[in-house]
Design a protein around this ligand. Structure first.
Ligand code: SF4
Length: 497
């Protein structure tokens, strides 16, 4: 049964809130659900949910809002628009079509590949900007609305410079609709903090969300208690939640609740390797967590220093030991391959560490998970080259074989999909016909290849990288830190090699 944790409202302005993947994922996406709640509780707005497997039959809308969290979400966007008989290119939509806009981390990173499809996009934190957008769309026709929207900080009108909007964190964001249809069934997710102060040189979770912000302890406790009125599944969210100055106090509060008889299933997606403590793990275990994840990001200590992760081997060994000794059954260790300047000796160092971890933690379920480095805009590595797929495959096979020898499971992201992710990440508006062709050909890896052949777009720069003195497609976005500081940071890191 669905539980709605707010008062709904209604109105004449029909706003379709569309999620470009399945309903289960829509109902698990905190950002999407929170904006849906804002629209659904706003007087004058009739908010309607949609996902790729749940497209309403009603076709008359005043506006359609999409949330894009992943690079390949454009496939779901096109699917929904096509089902609603709406032309994909905004230039082919006149006054009688609804305003169509989007927000989410993919667009804050680089909106340029998608600008032919949306009337405008939200750049940066969405919650406040979205409220302003709601006021404008419910009171104005499409043309007037666009005029007014162009004045709002954080609204990108294709081709015009925009300043990214950064919100102050006041009202804690949590799952406003609890349902067993969600991928995280009946789970009350609470955002503890936003961003990460660590600034690893590839990381958009950090660079798109600077400065690191967190909610006040009292507000978090009130929100936990709100959630516990509806469910026993509580999940704490944030890229670096353990950097919350009262993180351990929040855990202790939950522990006390459990001790006094409240049944709580506690979930934390990952633990910070250099900040993990026995007490933290004990509380997680008491909350029913059996496995957790730590991220080491790069193969060797030298590379971790280069990318600014600054994580020492002894800290990794210590984190695994703490996890094991305090009741977790296993740990997933996440890393990347293909980081700039990575050499075979970095990979060898990683294998040596894996062997050591295995032999010192017999009976503990260790698993390694890898993705390949995808250079992302708005980070110091935005100029870097993407490693050749053949060379990545060689590294992957080697690691897989070496870990299998010592009985460690390993998982790898798809090198081919990561390649295309790089193209999308660093592309510009010229990608538009390529995206449409990919969708029309079915959205598979074969479709991407075929679309490239048909459209003949030039993707050389997206793969080989850019020079620091070149104009970048996403220079239109005024971000913090600005480009000059990213160049300085990149140079500082290269000097440490
Ligand atoms: S510690 Fe994690 S979240 Fe923080 S910057 Fe590094 S990779 Fe990103």
């Amino acid at each position: 049964m669905e539980k709605i944790l707010y008062k709904r409202n209604c109105g004449n302005c029909n706003l379709l809130m569309a999620y470009p993947a399945s309903q289960a994922f829509a109902l698990a996406s905190l950002g999407y659900l929170w904006l849906y709640k804002l629209a659904d509780s706003e007087e004058g707005i009739n908010a309607i949910m949609a996902s790729t497997d749940n497209i309403p039959s009603k076709k008359e809308f005043d506006a359609i809002a999409f949330s894009m969290s992943f690079d390949f979400d454009f496939l779901g966007v096109f699917k929904i628009l096509e089902k609603l008989n709406i032309p994909l290119y905004s230039s082919q939509r006149d006054e009688k079509f609804p305003l169509i806009f989007a927000g989410g981390p993919v667009l804050t990173t680089n909106p340029r590949p998608y600008e032919s499809f949306f009337d405008f996009m939200i750049i940066g934190d969405g919650e406040n900007t979205f409220l302003e957008i709601l006021q404008i769309i419910k009171n104005n026709n499409k043309q007037k609305a666009l005029e007014l929207l162009s004045e709002i900080e954080g609204v990108y009108i294709p081709g015009k410079p925009v300043k990214k909007y950064t919100a102050e964190l006041n009202k804690v964001i949590y799952t406003p609709i609890l349902t067993e249809k969600s991928y995280f069934k009946d789970t009350f997710i609470i955002e503890l903090a936003r961003g990460c102060m660590n600034r690893c040189a590839f990381c958009t979770a950090s660079y798109l969300n600077l400065p690191f912000r967190y909610y006040e302890y009292e507000k978090i406790i009130d929100t936990i208690n709100l959630g516990l009125q509806y469910t026993n599944k509580i999940a704490l969210l944030g890229a670096q939640i353990s950097a919350h100055p009262q993180f351990i106090n929040i855990l202790e509060y939950l522990y006390q609740k459990m001790e006094s008889g409240t049944n709580i299933e506690l979930g934390i997606s990952s633990l910070r390797t250099d900040a993990i403590t026995p007490r933290m793990v004990q509380i997680l275990v008491k909350g029913g967590q059996k496995h957790s994840t730590i991220a080491i990001e790069a193969a060797s200590e030298h590379l971790r220093k280069f990318i600014n992760k600054n994580l020492k081997e002894e800290q990794i060994i210590n984190a695994v030991k703490i996890a094991k000794e305090n009741g977790l059954k296993g740990l997933k260790i996440y890393s990347m391959i293909g980081i700039p300047y990575e050499t075979d000796s970095d990979i060898q160092e990683f294998i040596r560490l894996a062997k050591e971890l295995k032999s010192e933690n017999k009976g503990f379920d260790l698993e390694f998970s890898f993705s390949t480095f995808v250079p992302k805009p708005q980070t110091p590595f935005q100029w870097s080259e993407r490693e050749d797929s053949k060379s990545l495959e060689k590294k992957q096979k080697f690691i897989e074989k070496e870990l299998a020898k010592i009985g460690i499971k390993s998982k790898f992201s798809s090198i081919k999909w990561d390649y295309w992710q790089t193209v999308l990440s660093r592309g510009d508006a010229n990608l538009a016909p390529f995206l449409i062709e990919t969708y029309k050909n079915g959205g598979s890896l074969g479709a991407l290849k075929k679309a490239l052949k048909t459209t003949k777009i030039d993707i050389e720069k997206t793969i080989n990288g850019y020079n620091t003195d070149e104009n970048l497609p996403w220079d239109l976005i005024e971000n913090y830190p600005p480009k000059k500081q990213l160049i300085n940071e990149y140079n500082r890191l290269v000097k440490r090699l």
